[in-house]
Design a protein around this ligand. Structure first.
Ligand code: DGT
Ligand code: CA
Ligand code: CA
Length: 581
C-alpha cells in the first residue's frame, strides 16, 4: 500500500466513526491527524516500517501504529472491516450533499432509514426530516435544495479527475510492467481532462489480447470482474471505480485511441463528416462505404487528416466548435505546462503550508520557475494559522532577506487575503500596498445568498490593490457546491477593473472550471493558473489547471503567469532589479 492509500483508509475510519456517532472525539481526531501526516510524508511508509520508525510520524501512537502494520500486511485492518459492515454502502452519496456531515447522515440513517440519495430526497419531500429532534424545517429545506442541486449538476456517481487519474496511471504502469502488453493509453474523459469522470477507459497494444485481458482481471486490487472477453475487459477496481480495457494489435491503434477518447458528441459529428466523404467511421477506423475497404490508422493525426481536419487536441473534443475550427485550420496553439513561468499562489509554514518559504522557493526553482508568490492566509483564517498584520510585516522582511540570498528565482511577497463577509479585505490598504501581489479569496460565511455573495466579491474586486481572485466559485468536489452568486456580474467587474481570475489547479477545486474559463477568455479577462500548493510535491498539480485551461481553448497569451519575470514585474509595478543579484 502506498502512503496515500494508508492515509485514505484512516480518513475513512474517522469518517465512519463520526457517522456511527462515536462519543470520543479525540479518537476521531487521532485518525485524522495520523492520516494527514502520512499523506504529507516524503518517505515511503513501507520504508519507515522496515526501519521501525512508524512511531516517529506525528499523530501515530501505538494503537494506530498496530493498525498501519496490519494494513501494510493485509491491505486493511480488522477494526475498519468491522465498522464498515455496520454502515450502508451508498452513504458517501449522503455525506456528499452540502451541509450533511457524517453525524447528520447517521441520524438520518438510524431515525429514518435513509441510506442513499433517493431515500434522502423522498424523506425531505415527505417532510420527515423536520421531525427529527434538532433538525427543523429550515434544515429540511436546505437539504432538499442541496440534493436537488447536486442531482441537477450531475455530480452523482462520478469521480473527481484528481482521484481517477492517479488510479488510471497506477493501473497503466502495472499493465505495461509485463512483456505481454506493450503500450497502454488512458482515454475517455480522463484524457480530455474533464473535471469529473464516470470511469477509467484504457486501451492497450498486445499480440495476445486474450492473455492480456486475463492478466488485467487478475491484477492486484481488482475487486470484481464485470466482463472478460477476447479483446475487452471490465472490472471494478479498489476505490469502487470501474475500469474498461480494450486491446488491439498494432494497425488500428490510432483509430481506437481516437474513438475511446471521445467525447461521444465529438465522435458523432466526425462520423457525419466521414459519411459526406463516402467513408464510414467506427472504432476500427475508416472504411470506404462503397468498397468496404478498411483504412485503419496507427495515429490519430492520420485519421484527422483523412477527414480533411487539422489535429484536434483531446481537451477540445467536446463538440464546442472545435471541428469547425479544424476545418478552417484554426485550432489555437493551446497553453502547455512548459509555458508556465511561475506560481502566484503558494503557501508556506507561516500559515497552513508544510514547508519554509525557502524550501518552496528552491522546489520551484528546481522546476525551472522564474518566480513564485508566497501568498499565506490572512488573520481571519484562524484554522489556517493566518498572519496578523504584524506577522505579515515580518513575512515581507523574511522574503526580502531570502531574495538577497537565493539566486535563480524571485520570491514575490503576497497574501491570500480573506474577503470578509461585507467585501472588505482582511488587511488595510496601507499594508496591501507594501506587497508585490495581492490574491483575495472567500473562505468563511460561504452560505450567503446570491445577492450578498456577489456584492461581497464585487466590492473586493473594486479595491485598487487587488490583483487576483483565487478559486472564484469556492467549489470542492464532494464537499461544497459552488457559491450562490452571479458569475457574469463578477466577470464584468473583473474585466472593468483589470482583475485576474484564477484557475486553481488543486484537483479537488479546479475552479474556475472549463466553462467559466472559456467565458473569461472570450471576454478578454486575464487568467492565472496556480496550484495553491501547501508542499513542494503539490506544484505538480499544475497539470490539472493547465488541462482545465486547455479545455477552455486557453493560449499562453491569456495567462499572466506565462510571462517572464521582467514582464511580470512590469505588470505588478515592482522593481525587476531587486531580483538580479
Ligand atoms: P465519462 O466516462 O462519463 O466521464 O465519459 P467518457 O467520455 O469517458 O464516456 P464513456 O466512458 O462512456 O466512453 C468512452 C468513449 O467511448 C467516449 O468518450 C466516446 C466513445 N463512445 C462511447 N459510447 C459511444 C457511442 O455510443 N457512440 C460514439 N460515437 N462513441 C462512443
Ligand atoms: Ca469514461
Ligand atoms: Ca467507459
Amino acid at each position: 500500500m502506498a502512503n496515500a492509500e494508508v492515509a485514505k483508509r484512516l480518513y475513512e475510519m474517522a469518517e465512519m466513526l463520526e457517522f456511527k456517532g462515536e462519543e470520543n472525539v479525540f479518537k476521531i481526531k487521532a485518525y485524522q491527524k495520523a492520516a494527514r501526516h502520512i499523506e504529507e510524508l516524503e518517505e515511503d511508509i513501507n520504508v519507515l516500517r522496515k526501519k521501525d520508525e512508524l512511531g516517529n510520524i506525528p499523530g501515530v501512537g501505538e494503537a494506530i501504529e498496530a493498525k498501519i502494520k496490519e494494513m501494510l500486511d493485509t491491505g486493511t485492518f480488522k477494526a475498519f472491516e468491522e465498522v464498515r459492515h455496520e454502515i450502508p454502502e451508498e452513504i458517501d452519496e449522503i455525506t456528499a450533499v452540502q451541509g450533511i456531515g457524517p453525524r447528520t447522515a447517521h441520524l438520518l440513517y438510524t431515525r429514518l432509514g435513509v441510506k442513499d440519495l433517493e431515500g434522502l430526497l423522498k424523506a425531505a419531500e415527505e417532510h420527515r426530516i423536520r421531525r427529527i429532534p434538532g433538525m427543523g424545517v429550515k434544515t429540511e429545506e436546505n437539504i432538499l435544495t442541496a440534493v436537488k442541486r447536486q442531482v441537477a449538476e450531475g455530480n452523482i456517481g462520478r469521480f473527481p479527475l484528481g482521484v481517477a487519474l492517479p488510479v488510471a496511471e497506477e493501473i497503466s504502469k502495472k499493465l505495461v510492467d509485463g512483456t505481454l502488453i506493450r503500450e497502454v493509453r488512458i482515454t475517455g474523459s480522463i484524457r480530455r481532462w474533464k473535471d469529473t469522470v464516470g470511469d477509467i477507459d484504457l486501451i492497450a497494444r498486445s499480440d495476445d489480447p486474450e492473455k492480456a485481458i486475463e492478466a488485467f482481471t487478475r491484477m492486484d486490487n481488482v475487486q470484481k470482474v464485470l466482463e472478460k472477453g477476447n479483446t475487452k475487459g471490465s472490472a471494478i477496481y479498489q476505490g469502487n471505480i470501474q475500469v474498461d480495457l480494450r486491446i488491439v494489435k498494432d494497425d488500428a491503434f490510432g483509430s481506437l485511441l481516437q474513438h475511446f477518447t471521445g467525447s461521444k458528441e465529438h465522435n458523432v459529428k466526425l462520423r457525419k463528416i466521414a459519411l459526406a466523404k463516402g467513408l464510414h467511421l467506427s472504432e476500427y477506423g475508416l472504411k470506404n462505404a462503397v468498397t468496404g475497404e478498411q483504412m485503419p490508422c496507427s495515429t490519430e493525426q492520420e485519421q484527422y487528416e483523412m477527414l480533411g481536419l487539422q489535429f484536434i487536441p483531446p481537451e477540445m473534443r467536446e463538440d464546442r466548435g472545435e471541428i469547425e475550427a479544424a476545418m478552417e485550420k484554426k485550432i489555437p496553439q493551446l497553453i502547455e505546462i512548459g509555458d508556465i513561468k511561475g506560481d502566484l499562489h503558494v503557501h508556506s509554514n507561516w500559515s497552513d503550508g508544510k514547508n519554509t518559504i525557502e524550501e518552496m522557493a528552491l522546489a520551484a526553482r528546481f522546476l525551472g520557475y522564474e518566480y513564485i508568490a508566497i501568498s499565506d492566509h490572512s488573520g481571519s483564517s484562524k484554522i489556517a494559522n493566518g498572519l496578523s498584520e504584524k506577522r505579515l510585516l515580518e513575512h515581507i522582511k523574511e522574503i526580502e532577506r531570502l531574495n538577497e540570498r537565493i539566486e535563480g528565482i524571485r520570491i514575490l511577497s503576497g497574501t491570500e487575503c480573506d474577503i470578509l463577509t461585507d467585501g472588505k479585505l482582511d488587511y488595510s490598504n496601507e499594508l496591501l500596498e507594501q506587497l508585490d501581489i495581492v490574491v483575495v479569496a472567500v473562505h468563511g460565511s460561504v452560505e450567503q445568498d446570491s445577492k450578498t455573495m456577489t456584492q461581497r466579491i464585487v466590492t473586493a474586486l473594486e479595491n485598487e490593490y487587488v490583483h487576483i481572485l483565487a478559486h472564484p466559485t469556492g467549489r470542492k468536489f464532494g464537499k461544497r457546491l459552488p457559491f450562490e452568486m452571479d458569475m457574469e456580474k463578477i466577470m464584468d467587474t473583473a474585466l472593468e477593473h483589470g482583475k485576474i481570475l484564477e484557475i486553481n489547479s488543486a484537483p479537488q477545486r479546479l475552479d474556475l472550471n472549463d466553462k467559466y474559463s472559456m467565458m473569461s477568455r472570450e471576454m478578454g479577462i486575464k487568467l492565472a493558473i496556480n496550484t495553491d500548493t501547501h508542499s513542494p510535491d503539490q506544484f505538480a498539480n499544475i497539470r490539472y489547471g493547465v488541462g482545465t485551461a486547455r479545455r477552455a481553448w486557453v493560449t499562453p497569451a491569456d495567462v499572466i503567469n506565462t510571462l517572464h519575470l521582467k514582464d511580470m514585474c512590469r505588470l505588478l509595478g515592482i522593481s525587476y532589479e531587486r531580483s538580479r543579484d
